[in-house]
Ligand binder design. Structure first.
Ligand SMILES: NC(=O)C1=CN([C@@H]2O[C@H](COP(=O)(O)OP(=O)(O)OC[C@H]3O[C@@H](n4cnc5c(N)ncnc54)[C@H](OP(=O)(O)O)[C@@H]3O)[C@@H](O)[C@H]2O)C=CC1
Ligand SMILES: O=C(O)CCC(=O)C(=O)O
Length: 451
């Protein structure tokens, strides 16, 4: 039988050979699998069962055309996806991303990460992801609605409250979920409100879901700092993006005594030394995102702060880095600047916001890294709480949801820390999150036979 190292290397080579054009999917597999070595040392029977080969292959990958009519009466065609990655511990669960950069590789990397993340939440949800290369930028409300209706006209047959439960991600917020839900209900003729999460409050949404990802990231960062005998109070944070996740981070960081001093967009970044920390500033971010102008410079113009065109905020001397925009936002050269600035903490908000080289460099230089699959699990956790409320036909108060969210994030940090320590990694949350997430899925897969 192969040793655990040989087995992991073999699976990585197979993934590369089978998916040669899927750079992001290969990247996440190359990051996660080597950290699982001690698990395969402990359970060599997993090698005989070829568990990893089954784990890296999605259960189902659905690709479909999405024709829709634009405001000029022209028919446009986009590509839709739903990757049902792993359903061993519950219905597939994960967001929908509408962004021109969407490819099958991106859907698969997100579905793979989501499987581990959802396991870490401790809630009964499998991993999936979907979306389209549709670009919402500059589209009218009517165009977005017609696109969503066409997207759901195919997707509805693959999802269900006990089958697969999509939600939002980049480019998909409350408006899009509303249009998708309306079309699902119209086609199915029933009121299966647990089929989507991130819904509006009047039709089965959960309080705190829009804020949950950002709140969870700050709760997770708080645990990281506590572990180091430190506190969030008085800390400065460099964040990227100005979307849903950054918005939640700004709110909770302010509440906990820290301040976010940078935001970024496709045009550059802004530096606000006083912090993005007043209702006026935080609400303006939402206005900027909803306007579709997609320029963070608007913030600098309105509040009289500095704007750095074409630059990323990673050269700023702050206490904590929180990338909240998209994947591979932080490369090795950014990591080198971050380390050179003596920054100790990075807590990942976006999915896979750092390249593998950047993470390795920061960790080997003593930084504490909170990996996205643990740190940003608050969003999907509250989605799962939304599913629970829908099943029970009741609604919890904002305080109830926030208290549960906080506890879930504390547990995720503890489980990742404990798993890392148990397997000899020390305080390595990257390895710990991978192992703790994998452990539960692996046990469920083994129990369910050769599937
Ligand atoms: N919403 C949620 O509940 C959760 C989201 N996440 C992750 O958090 C991150 C942000 O999501 P969210 O805030 O919901 O999304 P939004 O659509 O609200 O905001 C996304 C932000 O990221 C930027 N962005 C997106 N794609 C790219 C790209 N290819 N290049 C440069 N910038 C880009 C956007 O700018 P632009 O308009 O220029 O694209 C925007 O500022 C994503 O990685 C997402 O997967 C993780 C867990 C849950
Ligand atoms: O709420 C959800 O189901 C999905 C959230 C999501 O897409 C993510 O965690 O990356």
């Amino acid at each position: 039988m192969l040793s655990s190292t040989e087995y992991i290397e073999k699976i990585i080579l197979e993934v590369k050979a089978k998916n040669p054009h899927e750079a992001e999917f290969i990247q996440t597999v190359e990051e996660v699998l080597p950290t699982l070595k001690p698990v395969f040392d402990k359970y060599p029977e997993y090698i005989r069962m070829n568990l990893l080969a089954r784990f890296v292959e999605p259960e189902r990958q659905i690709m479909f055309k999405v024709p829709w009519v634009d405001d000029n009466g022209i028919t446009q065609v986009n590509r839709g996806y739903r990757v049902q990655f792993n359903g061993a511990i519950g219905p597939f669960k994960g967001g929908l991303r509408f962004h021109p950069s969407v490819t099958l590789s991106i859907m698969k990397f997100l579905g793979f990460e989501q499987t581990l993340k959802n396991s870490l939440t401790g809630l009964p949800i499998g991993g999936g992801k979907g979306g389209s290369d549709f670009d919402p930028r500059g589209k009218s409300d009517g165009e977005v609605m017609r696109f969503c209706q066409s997207f759901m006209t195919e997707l509805y047959r693959h999802i269900g409250a006990d089958v697969d439960v999509p939600a939002g991600d980049i480019g998909v917020g409350g408006r899009e979920i509303g249009y998708l839900f309306g079309q699902f209900r119209r086609i199915k003729g029933n009121y299966e409100n647990g089929v989507l999460t991130g819904k509006g409050i009047p039709y089965g949404g959960s309080l705190i879901r829009p804020e949950a990802t950002g709140y969870g990231i700050v709760y997770f960062a708080n645990e990281m700092l506590k572990h180091e005998g430190d506190t969030l109070v008085g800390k400065t944070i460099a964040s990227s993006g100005f979307g849903n996740v950054t918005w939640g981070v700004c709110q909770k960081a302010t509440e906990m005594g820290a301040k976010v001093v940078t935001l970024s967009g496709p045009d550059g970044y802004i530096y606000d030394p006083d912090g993005v920390n007043t209702p006026e500033k935080i609400n303006y971010m939402v206005e900027m995102r909803n306007s579709g102008r997609d320029k963070v410079k608007d913030y600098a113009d309105k509040f009289g702060v500095e704007f750095f065109p074409g630059e990323k905020p990673w050269g700023r001397k702050v206490d904590i880095i929180m990338p909240c925009a998209t994947q591979n936002d932080i490369h090795l050269e950014h990591a080198q600047m971050i380390v050179a600035n003596g920054i100790k903490y990075i807590c990942e908000g976006a999915n896979m916001p750092c390249t593998n080289e950047a993470v390795t460099y920061m960790m080997s230089n003593g930084m504490v890294v909170g990996p996205s699959k643990a740190a940003n699990a608050g969003g999907v956790s509250v989605s799962a709480l939304e599913m629970s409320q829908n099943s029970m036909r009741l609604s919890w108060t904002a305080e109830e949801v926030d208290t549960k969210l906080h506890q879930i994030m504390v547990n995720i940090h503890k489980n990742a820390k404990d798993a890392a320590e148990f397997y000899g990694f020390g305080y390595n949350l990257v390895a710990g999150a991978n192992i703790a997430g994998f452990d539960k899925v692996a046990k469920a897969m083994v129990a369910q036979g050769n599937f």
